[in-house]
Design a protein around this ligand. Structure first.
Ligand SMILES: [Zn+2]
Length: 459
């Protein structure tokens, strides 16, 4: 039995059903699960590992619902800096097609380290290019090494340019092989149990790079094995034009015909949707990964998050790939979500705001925690209460960024500039301490990452 005691936090945000925020509090965990959350006097006096969080605020570990960790190799890529989705993709496919196992491992470590340092403890990654020895295995092993809770996709692309798709032919794979490899990684890695550190998701890339058959067969395989499904949807008007031209229907209708608008599916972006499509999502119980920075970066549009929430659609938050963000900072993303929802309200000219009409800092934190957990199909993360995973992070309230904002430290974490986590704990294991990743030495990883990124850019 291993125990962990985190105590003396100035504030602890539980994100439990009552949304309690405790003062002078902490938590006690046994074998990776929270046993007790409460004021310091109520907690055990000691444990195997004791963290003194005086002067800090503790929040549940953030949940990132969509990423492409390998894209960390092409951040600020010159040919893709000022381009919308299709031109941005086309500019980078050649570099991404050259990513090998070493580049995948290294970029997975860099992206996950950045996430952990921003308070994110659970990440879903949507990789869909497996060439030169890159594989789900490489990424899962990297996540285990650094200590992040990881939902890996077996993503896919099968329709290349010669068949009317967007990606070059050398970037796509054979559909029979994709399905065989999907089964292999489910058998090898998927853990359905509470507290699972590794889960597998089947994730064909997008309507413009996979066939109807692959979408149908991926869904059948996922449902036979109890695996969740994910894809990009309604991200841009380019995509809407593509499905209208190729399939004669809008993106949501296309997915619905293929059995993909359902409770075991979540979509990245879902920006360009009608009120009827929002209603259909709510009725079906599918989820949305909201990616505000990426949507602004690529001029994709503004996802109707407030209308999703009002309709009862499950919404989580995501940084999206590092080539369209170009960071993996979940706390920054919570701030972006709050600001963008406010801008959207202003642009819709809805008139005088009613109480509750603004996305608050606390609502943004809900998207980044408990609501994201629901999108990933998990009820064991996203909140700090007895029985949940011991996933949390702390921020130093003495930082210059929060000076003058301590009337409301919880709101300050979103309103003020994001700061690095002081401690990050995943399943009871300390992975960030005093602002540094402690599970591996990141210096050589960053140096290797920069070398690999330069080689990809050279071609
Ligand atoms: Zn994406």
């Amino acid at each position: 039995m291993s125990t962990l005691l985190a105590r003396n936090a100035d504030v602890l945000v539980t994100m439990d059903a009552a949304r309690r925020e405790l003062r002078g509090a902490g938590l006690y965990a046994v074998d990776g699960f929270v046993r007790q959350v409460g004021e310091d006097a109520e907690l055990p006096a000691t444990a195997d590992v004791v963290l003194d969080l005086r002067g800090q605020i503790v929040l549940p570990g953030l949940v990132n619902t969509h990423h492409h960790l390998n894209q960390t190799l092409t951040r600020a890529f010159p040919a893709a800096q000022d381009a919308g989705l299709f031109d941005w993709l086309t500019a980078q496919y050649p570099a991404w097609t050259r990513i090998d196992a070493e580049a995948s491992r290294t970029s997975t470590l860099v992206g996950l380290a950045e996430l952990l340092l921003s308070g994110c403890t659970t990440a879903f990654d949507h990789t869909y290019l497996y060439k030169n020895g890159n594989s789900v295995d490489v990424q899962v092993e990297a996540a285990r090494e650094i200590g992040a809770r990881f939902h890996a996709s077996r993503g896919s692309m099968s329709v290349g340019r010669s068949k009317g798709g967007l990606p070059p032919d050398e970037a796509v794979e054979d559909e029979a092989f994709i399905l065989r490899d999907s089964e292999r990684v489910i058998d090898r890695f998927h853990d359905p149990r509470p507290g699972a550190m590794t889960r597998i998701v089947l994730a064909p890339c997008a309507p413009f790079s996979v066939s109807a058959d692959l979408l149908r067969e991926s869904a059948a395989l996922a449902r036979a094995r109890g695996i969740r499904l994910h894809t990009h949807l309604a991200e841009t008007l380019d995509e809407e034009r593509y499905t209208l031209e190729h399939f004669g229907v809008r993106p949501v209708e296309w997915m619905d015909r293929l059995g993909w608008v359902a409770g075991d599916v979540w979509f990245a972006h879902a920006v360009h949707v009608s009120d009827a499509e929002i209603g259909r999502f709510a009725e079906a119980g599918c989820g949305v990964a909201h990616c505000p920075s990426s949507n602004m970066r690529l001029a994709s549009g503004i996802a109707p998050v407030r209308r999703y929430l009002a309709a009862g659609v499950k919404v989580g938050l995501a940084v999206d790939g590092s080539a369209s963000n170009d960071s993996s900072n979940m706390l920054l993303e919570a701030r972006q979500a709050m600001l963008l929802a406010r801008l959207e309200r202003g642009l819709r000219r809805e008139g005088e705001p009613r109480p509750g009409d603004w996305m608050s800092a606390r609502q943004a934190l809900e998207l980044a925690t408990i609501r994201g957990a629901r999108v990933l199909g998990r009820d064991d993360i996203g909140a700090l209460e007895a029985g949940k995973c011991a996933d949390f992070f702390s921020l130093d309230l003495g930082a210059i960024d929060y000076a003058g904002a301590l009337h409301d430290p919880v709101a300050a974490t979103v309103f003020c500039a994001p700061t690095r986590a002081r401690f990050t704990v995943v399943q009871g294991r300390v992975v960030v301490a005093d602002g540094r990743v402690v599970t591996l030495d990141m210096g050589p990883v960053i140096e290797r990452h920069n070398r690999l990124a330069a080689a990809l850019a050279r071609g």
